[in-house]
Design a binder for this molecule. Sequence first.
Ligand SMILES: Cc1ncc(COP(=O)(O)O)c(C=O)c1O
Length: 336
Amino acid sequence: MRGFGSDNHSGVHPEILQALSGANIDHAPSYGTDPLTEKCQEMFKTFFGKTCEAYFVFNGTASNVLSLKAMMKSHESCLVSDISHMNLDECGAPEFFAGKLIPVKSVEGKLTLPELEKHLIRLGDQHYTQPRVVSLTQPTEVGTLYSLEEIKTISTWAKKHNLLVHMDGARFTNAVYKLNCSMQAMTTDLGIDVLSFGGTKNGLMFGEAVVILNPALGKDFKYIRKQAAQLPSKTRFIAAQFLAFFSNELYLKIAKHSCDMAQYFFETLSGKLKINYPVQSNALFAVIPQPLVKKLKQKYFFYVWNETIFECRLMTSWDTQKSDIEGFCQALDEIL
Ligand SMILES: Cc1ncc(COP(=O)(O)O)c(C=O)c1O
């Protein structure tokens, strides 16, 4: 089975699988005290700056929720895009564990200052949750990117209003590749306080990292993670995957491949289907007429994202082949 359902549908990159096997030798101390985890922590520091702390967790939802938990109290709130994963697809976990989310109208998936401003209200009012965090997703849920300048603008606005800034980077390395900048340039240098750093969607078997860039927020994080049942005991198996991901710039090769395939998909499809957002990472949102959807999905799986307009998400990943894309387009032509 091949398809464009999600970068979660693809398997594990062979170099990552090999790293898992490589870590599977003898014994090692548990709960983050093993040599591979220590080496990996140092690696994160080379990417994000000496004072950052990276904490492994099992999945992206935990990464987001625990990031928020470290940033806000339960009577505080977090401003997020209305279409963000945190707002729509985490089953209320951020609100259950951390505090209220305030959905903000987005433009092509992105937050803008005029819309954010509208929610900076009732400050000091004991009846209203107090805004404390702004969370932006990079790349966004519709595959678009904030430029460095746009991130800087939001972060500067946030600091001016005493808000902290979180970045949901489930596909962060795709953004790093596309914006051709360092990890630090997109985060630490722009005032991001905490980053959810994705692994699973980028070729790992499992594992994400909460990267705390603002040292003032890290004090209690080890307790927060453990209390939320997200402290892996055999941490070395997440560390080994991230070490392989970072070695020889594998993360960039994976990001380049996924994003270049999306671009190729866009070019191959253009003229055939309406594409709804700029293709800036590894996702395309194509409007596929309803009668075609079922037949096409039988050959190459994908999700209908917005059922009212039959907007469908086509997602590429580290293992997408040109032949998958050409096969999809051929199937489309045949059905048409
Ligand atoms: C942008 C974004 N953030 C967070 C997540 C959550 O990841 P998980 O499903 O591993 O909890 C996802 C998953 O699709 C996502 O797309």
